[in-house]
Design a binder for this molecule. Structure first.
Ligand code: CU
Length: 562
C-alpha cells in the first residue's frame, strides 16, 4: 500500500493529529454499541455493515433470495407490473442503453474504446422503455447535480422495499460495504463466489456474483486502495455542495471505476450499466451513509431552498404502481425508515490511516508501540512553536505556497511536475505553517487541481503523489483522480457530463512528511500515475494517450484549519 508508514508519521498521527481530528470533527462520541442501540429505537431498522450483516447466515440467505427472485422477473412481459419489480427494471431506473436513453446506445458507449474492453459489453443490448411509466422512471440517476445524494437515497429506499417484498422478509435491509474502514478494502466474499451452498446443502449459482467485474475481483485478489477511500478530510467540509462533490467525484467514482475494469466500461465503470451489479447497492449504501455521517456533524446544514426540496422524482412500488415523492420528503420524517449501524462517525481513527488492508488490531497496536519506542522529537512535541505566527492575522483566507503553474497535459502513464515555492518574506511564514508539524491544528495545506478536462475518456484513473524533488523516495499518495462518466459519442451528446472539474486534496500531513522535518522547501514534485485503482493484482493500466487530458492550474494553498 502506498501509505506513509514511518514512525514519524505514526507518532504524529497517534499524537497531535489524533487530537486535531477529534476536536475538528466534534461529533458526539457514541460507541458502536451505543450507536446501534440508538438506531434500534428507530422505526424500521438498521442497515448493517457487511461484516456484521454476514455474521447472520439468515440475513445473507434473505438477500440472495431477494436478488434471485427479482432477477427471475427479468423475463416477465415488459408491459406487466411484475416486470416493474424485476432486477433489470430497477437497474434501468438508474440508467440503460438505448436510442431513447440520455446515456446513449451500446454503440455510442463502445465507440473508440480499446478492443480489449469490448468483451465487457458482449451480450448487452439496447432497450426501449415499454410504456409511459418506464419513460417516467428510467434513467433518472443524478450525477453532477445538486441531487446526487438525494436521488440515490430515494433509489435505495424504494429498491430496499422491492428486496423485502421479493424475499418476503420485511426485516431485510441493505448492508453497506464499509470500505472507508481500512480493514474492509476487499470485496465481501459473498459477492465474489460463483456459487454458494443453500440451506438444504445444494450448490446454487450465486445471485450476488457478476461476471463483468474486473478479473481481479473474480479471483478475490483485488482490493481497494486505502488512501483513495479515506474520507477524513472530506468530513470536515462545511458546505453541502463541496462535500457532495467530493464524495461523488472521488471515493464514489473511484469505487465504480475500480470494481469495473475501468471507466467508462461495464460493469461498474459504466453509468448506464452499473446498478446491474449487486455490489452497486452495498457501494451506494456506504455512500448514503457518508451523507448521514456528514449531516450528523454539528453545524453541517443540508440545503433548504424550495428549488432543492421541491424537486420531484418518480419510482414504482412493490405492486408496480408509479408514485412521486419530492426531496422534501427525505427531511420531514415521513419516508426514511432506517438508520445505519454507524452513522455518527465515518472517519478513521488515527492509527487506522497507517495500516492498509491488514487493518488488524495487532497491526494497530504494533504501530503504536513502534511510535512509542522512538525518542521524543522536539519538532513533533505539542504546544505552540516558539515563534509561531498568529494564524488569524496572516491567514484570513487561503494563500498559495507556489508560483503560478502552466496548464499540464497528461499524455503518459506517469507525469511529474515540479511545483516551485518562492522563498522569503510572507512565503517563509506561509511555509512555516505548511511544514511545521506543531501547527497541525491551526492550518491545512491543500493541493488544488483546477480545470481537469478531456476530449475523449482517459480510460484510466490517476493516483496523485507528493514527492520531495531531491529525494523522490520521500513520497506520499494524496488521493486518486477518477472519471466515472461518459465517453465517445455518448459524451459528445451530453457534454455536461464532462465539464471541467476541480479536485481538492488535503495534503497537510503529506507535505510535512515529504519535507522530512525541513522548515523550508524550494519546490515539491506532484506525480500523476495511471492506475486501475486495484491493489494486489499487479495489473498495468491502459491509458488513452489521445484523450487530451489536461489540468489548467495546480495550486498548493495554505488555509486556516476547517
Ligand atoms: Cu454510483
Amino acid at each position: 500500500m502506498r501509505i506513509a508508514t514511518s514512525s514519524r508519521a505514526a507518532r504524529r498521527l497517534i499524537g497531535t493529529a489524533a487530537l486535531a481530528i477529534a476536536t475538528a470533527f466534534a461529533v458526539p462520541s457514541l460507541s458502536n454499541a451505543e450507536a446501534s442501540a440508538e438506531a434500534a429505537k428507530a422505526p424500521g431498522g438498521i442497515r448493517l455493515s457487511w461484516q456484521d450483516f454476514a455474521k447472520d447466515p439468515a440475513k445473507v440467505a434473505s438477500l440472495r433470495k431477494a436478488v434471485a427472485v427479482m432477477k427471475s422477473r427479468n423475463s416477465a412481459d415488459h408491459t406487466s407490473t411484475v416486470y416493474r419489480t424485476s432486477w433489470e427494471y430497477w437497474a434501468n431506473i438508474h440508467g440503460y442503453f438505448g436510442p431513447d436513453s440520455p446515456f446513449g446506445t451500446v454503440a455510442d458507449n463502445t465507440q473508440g474504446l480499446p478492443q480489449q474492453y469490448l468483451v465487457y459489453f458482449k451480450g448487452i443490448q439496447d432497450t426501449t422503455p415499454p410504456d409511459q411509466v418506464a419513460k417516467d422512471v428510467w434513467a433518472n440517476c443524478q450525477h453532477g447535480t445538486p441531487w446526487f445524494f438525494a436521488w440515490h437515497r430515494l433509489y435505495l429506499l424504494y429498491f430496499e422495499k422491492q428486496l423485502q417484498a421479493a424475499a418476503g422478509d420485511p426485516t431485510l435491509r441493505l448492508p453497506y460495504w464499509d470500505y472507508s474502514n481500512p480493514a474492509q478494502l476487499a470485496m465481501p466474499a459473498a459477492f465474489i463466489d460463483k456459487t454458494y451452498v443453500d440451506g438444504s446443502g445444494k450448490t446454487q449459482p450465486n445471485p450476488l456474483y457478476e461476471a463483468r467485474r474486473a478479473p481481479g475481483w473474480l479471483t478475490g485478489k483485488a482490493t481497494l486502495n486505502g488512501s483513495s477511500t479515506n474520507i477524513n478530510s472530506a468530513l470536515k467540509l462545511k458546505q453541502f455542495t463541496a462535500y457532495q462533490n467530493y464524495i461523488e467525484g472521488r471515493v464514489h467514482g473511484y469505487v465504480h471505476c475500480t470494481v469495473g475494469v475501468t471507466c467508462p466500461v461495464v460493469d461498474m465503470g459504466s453509468v448506464p450499466y452499473s446498478s446491474n451489479d449487486p455490489v452497486f447497492w452495498s457501494h451506494h449504501a456506504n455512500i448514503d451513509r457518508m451523507w448521514s455521517c456528514w449531516s450528523n456533524i454539528g453545524g453541517h446544514q443540508n440545503p433548504d431552498t424550495d428549488a432543492f426540496l421541491n424537486q420531484p422524482y418518480s419510482f414504482v412500488d412493490t405492486n408496480g404502481k408509479e408514485f412521486t415523492v419530492t426531496v422534501r420528503d427525505l427531511f420531514n420524517g415521513t419516508i426514511v425508515d432506517y438508520k445505519y449501524e454507524q452513522e455518527t462517525n465515518c472517519a478513521r481513527g488515527a492509527g487506522e490511516t497507517l495500516v492498509a488492508s491488514a487493518g488488524s488490531t495487532v497491526a494497530l497496536a504494533a504501530a503504536a508501540v513502534k511510535a512509542a519506542d522512538q525518542p521524543p522529537n522536539p519538532l513533533l512535541s505539542s504546544g505552540p512553536a516558539p515563534n509561531a505566527p498568529a494564524t488569524e492575522s496572516l491567514l484570513a483566507e487561503p494563500q498559495p505556497l507556489n508560483a503560478p503553474t502552466q496548464p499540464l497535459a497528461l499524455t503518459q502513464a506517469k507525469t511529474k511536475v515540479k511545483i516551485t515555492m518562492p522563498q522569503g518574506g510572507e512565503k517563509a511564514r506561509l511555509q512555516a505553517f505548511a511544514l511545521a508539524p506543531q501547527n497541525a491544528a491551526a492550518t491545512e495545506t491543500h493541493l488544488i487541481l483546477e480545470g481537469i478536462s478531456y476530449k475523449a475518456h482517459p480510460g484510466t484513473m490517476f493516483d496523485v503523489f507528493l514527492e520531495n524533488s531531491k529525494d523522490p523516495k520521500k513520497r506520499v499518495q494524496v488521493g486518486t483522480i477518477s472519471f466515472f462518466s461518459l465517453s465517445g459519442a455518448a459524451a459528445a451528446k451530453h457534454a455536461e457530463h464532462q465539464a471541467p472539474k476541480t479536485d481538492d486534496f488535503d495534503v497537510t500531513d503529506a507535505l510535512r512528511e515529504v519535507a522530512g522535518g525541513k522548515a523550508s522547501l524550494s519546490d515539491v514534485t506532484v506525480s500523476f500515475e495511471a492506475t486501475t485503482g486495484r491493489e494486489g493484482t499487479g495489473e498495468k493500466p491502459t491509458m488513452n494517450a489521445d484523450a487530451g487530458l489536461t489540468i489548467q492550474k495546480i495550486s498548493l494553498m495554505v488555509q486556516p484549519a476547517q
